[in-house]
Design a protein around this ligand. Structure first.
Ligand code: NAD
Ligand code: MN
Length: 366
């Protein structure tokens, strides 16, 4: 029996609340799933760490976690610290430091949930959004000059490289081919951004040519938002740039019922370095400390992590337990229209785990 070494970084706000709930669920899963075991190690990095040490994580932080099998992450962001400091000091430092270039976000309307769309449309949502996670609009290239003067300037340069586009396009094509519909929608904005996004289109087109049998269509990002709302069933796998996919995936999570359900993997597909799994939501200052955060996004995320760790049966079992709870509708958090708190939703999923062993999937192949 091999034990999976997981680095647990709760971070800020509701991050630690949902991640600790997730650890409880994973421990309960290990108790019922033959051969499954975890070795969790907590890292208290984040904004409180910053207040004590002047940085979001230790200087050798990446070295401390590079030997782990996966990273289970909450969120970063603090009402009293600048968001660019907290995000770049921890989450982006890990994503970019470990070259986790593929950010993958499955969305489905889970059983029993309605979401904001008309029921017949909501039911059609079964998407995976692939977000380029290493460059583009979040490359971190740019600068500020002439601070405080009337001529002050601030610039962010979106960086697109052939290598960066090609590898994420390959990942997205392979993922789309592994799903039954073999359908990929490539999101772009090459009408307005005439350099980087035009290169994006050209390189993706080359990669698509290597995938006979894959159906591909192209959307400008603004039009994509209305297609997600009006024709959700026409979409399966989506490839988009760092910023575009960030925005589209919050929309996707909301259409699936709540931002509190959305799940993410930040993958290094080469597996040279650990991948990082996190709910898509942030610190949620408005509900921090109240014990009402929806932990389902963190649980779905844990299911993605299990798939990545080569534990597809456990991943399915967890997903079935989550769906049992949403389907019954008895223990839903306020963001889903219920009255259950984090602990009650967690207990309900743990109770459902003992019964859950049939067929469902996290949305990703193992
Ligand atoms: P947010 O996701 O924190 O919150 C948006 C809204 O959704 C809030 O009303 C919140 O209460 C609600 N919500 C989010 N998660 C929920 C959950 N699990 N259960 C119930 N309701 C939930 O987004 P924001 O307000 O734009 O950002 C707050 C902070 O989080 C900022 O500092 C931002 O930079 C940071 N952030 C971090 C990450 C990350 O670490 N990956 C992602 C997004 C935002
Ligand atoms: Mn986001």
């Amino acid at each position: 029996m091999s034990s999976h070494k997981i680095a647990v970084i709760g971070g800020d706000g509701i991050g630690p609340e949902v991640v600790e709930a997730g650890v409880k669920v994973l421990e309960a899963l290990a108790a019922v799933e033959p051969g499954l075991a975890f070795d969790f190690r907590r890292f208290d990095w984040g904004s409180d760490y910053y207040r004590r040490n002047g940085r979001m994580m230790p200087q050798d932080g990446l070295t401390q976690i590079e030997g782990f099998d996966a990273i289970y992450f909450g969120s970063v962001g603090d009402p009293n610290l600048p968001d660019d400091i907290t995000l770049w000091g921890l989450r982006l430092a890990i994503c970019q430091g470990f070259d986790q270039y593929a950010n993958v976000r499955p969305t489905r309307l889970l059983p029993g949930l309605t979401g904001p769309l008309r029921p017949e449309l909501g039911k059609q949502i079964d998407w995976v959004i692939v977000r380029e996670n290493s460059e583009g609009e979040y490359a971190g290239v740019g600068g500020r000059a002439h601070r405080g003067l009337p001529i002050e300037v601030g610039m962010d340069v979106a960086v697109f490289t052939r290598t960066g586009i090609e590898r994420i396009a390959r990942f997205a094509c392979d993922l789309a081919m592994s799903r039954p519909r073999k359908l990929l929608t490539v999101v772009t904005k090459s009408n307005a951004q005439r350099h980087g996004m035009v290169l994006w289109d050209e390189v993706v087109r080359e990669v698509v040519r290597d995938h006979p049998g894959l159906t591909v269509d192209w959307m400008l990002v603004d039009a994509m938002t209305q297609r997600m709302v009006n024709k959700p069933g026409s979409i399966d796998t989506v490839l988009a740039t760092n910023l575009h996919a960030d925005i589209l995936s919050d929309l996707a999570a909301a259409l699936g019922g709540s931002l509190g359900i959305g799940s993410t993997s930040n993958m290094d597909p080469s597996r040279n370095r650990p991948s990082m799994f996190e709910p898509i939501h942030g610190s949620a200052f408005d509900i921090t400390g109240k014990g009402v955060a929806n932990p389902l996004g963190a649980f779905w995320t844990a299911s993605l992590m299990l798939d990545h760790l080569g534990e597809p049966a456990a991943a399915r079992r967890l997903m079935v337990a989550i769906e049992t709870v949403t389907d019954r509708g008895e223990y839903l958090s306020p963001d889903l229209g219920g009255v259950a708190n984090t602990a009650e939703v967690t207990a309900a999923v743990i109770a459902a785990l003992s019964g859950a062993n049939s067929t469902s999937s996290s949305g990703l192949p193992g």
